[in-house]
Write a protein that binds this ligand. Structure first.
Ligand code: HPA
Ligand code: ZN
Length: 326
């Protein structure tokens, strides 16, 4: 079979996905209408034509604007359910997803509303579609430490639904060190930690994520390649990188998929995984990310299989759960 068909058929795992980034324009218009919320654009096509970004911040501005129409628990359910039914058609068997509570609580939506809708859809996905999941609460790094602490406190009653905490949003100028105390507290409460680092920010931010936030994975991490000592550490400790090829292309982290440094990362012993980040905004879910990178780099089926195996290894599934999926 062709590499495309091979990719479509192989059971896959996603480790870097923002649920707010799966908000497709059609659903956005539908939910806006029922909530009597305005969208700046009058048609789906007009909205889609605004999806052209020169950097992370230009994307974030549009991404937060889109999330504005989410009000009711059912909205968060519908958002999450739409993602799950979509990736079910792509043979996704497990997903570890981020949600950004502050994007909603800052607009007066309660934490409970957000998590109840998302969790109910995730449970339905597990029962009806067979997709297992972990949920990761991601702090917005452009907001202050106090806001992150408040969010962590709001999450404590829902501990059993949340596996880990992460860090996203505007990277440059908001280093991991800003959230060291929040992450220390989160770890004390039993959460696993991850952080976006080295997408636009320097290698130093990856060091901080590892040393100060004690992360088990780095989200993106592209810029680790600028620091040989860091690469060696990540390889020695097998700290996974959750790479997002189409996201990197759309946000100009790279200018051509053909130049994606995946071969170099693999050569250096890094545990790399392929993910979609914000598929509604970057032009592709898991299959499109795998196919994009496979075509650009002429990857073999064996190499694709290795990447999928890396995702199993990098996931938070127990060994027993992994066995059931293979
Ligand atoms: N980087 C930082 N923040 C984000 C991203 C990303 O790729 N996607 C959604 N929020
Ligand atoms: Zn991300």
């Amino acid at each position: 079979v062709s590499i495309e068909k091979f990719i479509e058929g192989i059971p896959k795992i996603e480790l870097h996905l923002h649920i707010e980034g799966t908000f497709e324009p059609e659903l956005m218009f539908k939910i806006a209408k029922r909530n009597n919320k305005e969208i700046k654009y009058s048609t789906v096509d007009e909205l889609k034509s605004a999806y052209s970004f020169n950097n992370l911040q230009e994307f974030l501005d549009i991404y937060y604007a889109g999330a504005n129409v989410l009000i009711e628990e059912q909205d968060f359910y519908d958002l999450t359910w739409a993602y799950l039914t979509k990736v079910h058609t792509q043979n996704l068997v497990h997903t570890e997803i981020f949600f950004d509570p502050q994007t909603h609580t800052d607009r007066g939506i309660s934490f409970d509303t957000v998590i109840k809708g998302i969790h109910r859809a995730l449970e339905d996905g597990r029962e009806k579609l067979g997709i297992t999941y972990k949920l990761i609460l991601s702090f917005l790094r452009h907001l202050d430490e106090a806001s992150a602490f408040e969010t962590l406190h709001q999450a404590l009653p829902y501990k059993k639904w949340i596996s880990g905490v992460g860090l996203d949003s505007s990277e440059v100028g908001n280093p991991p060190s800003k959230f060291e105390r929040v992450f220390t507290k989160a770890k004390e409460e039993g959460f696993i930690t991850v952080a976006h680092a080295g997408e636009e920010g320097p290698a130093e931010y990856i060091w901080e994520a590892v040393n100060l936030l004690k992360v088990t994975r780095i989200d993106h991490g592209n810029r680790c390649l600028e620091d040989d000592r860091l690469v060696k550490l990540l390889a020695d400790l097998q700290i996974p990188l959750t790479l997002c090829p189409l996201s990197n292309l759309e946000l100009k982290v790279i200018d051509d998929l053909k130049k994606y440094p995946l071969p170099e990362m693999i050569d250096k012993g890094l545990l790399v995984t392929i993910n979609s980040d914000d598929p509604a905004y970057f032009g592709g879910y898991m299959n499109e990310n795998y196919i994009g990178i496979a075509q650009a780099l002429n990857l073999s089926k064996k190499q694709i299989t290795e990447l999928v195996k890396n995702s199993f290894k990098a996931s938070w599934l127990s060994d027993k759960e992994k066995e059931k999926k293979i």
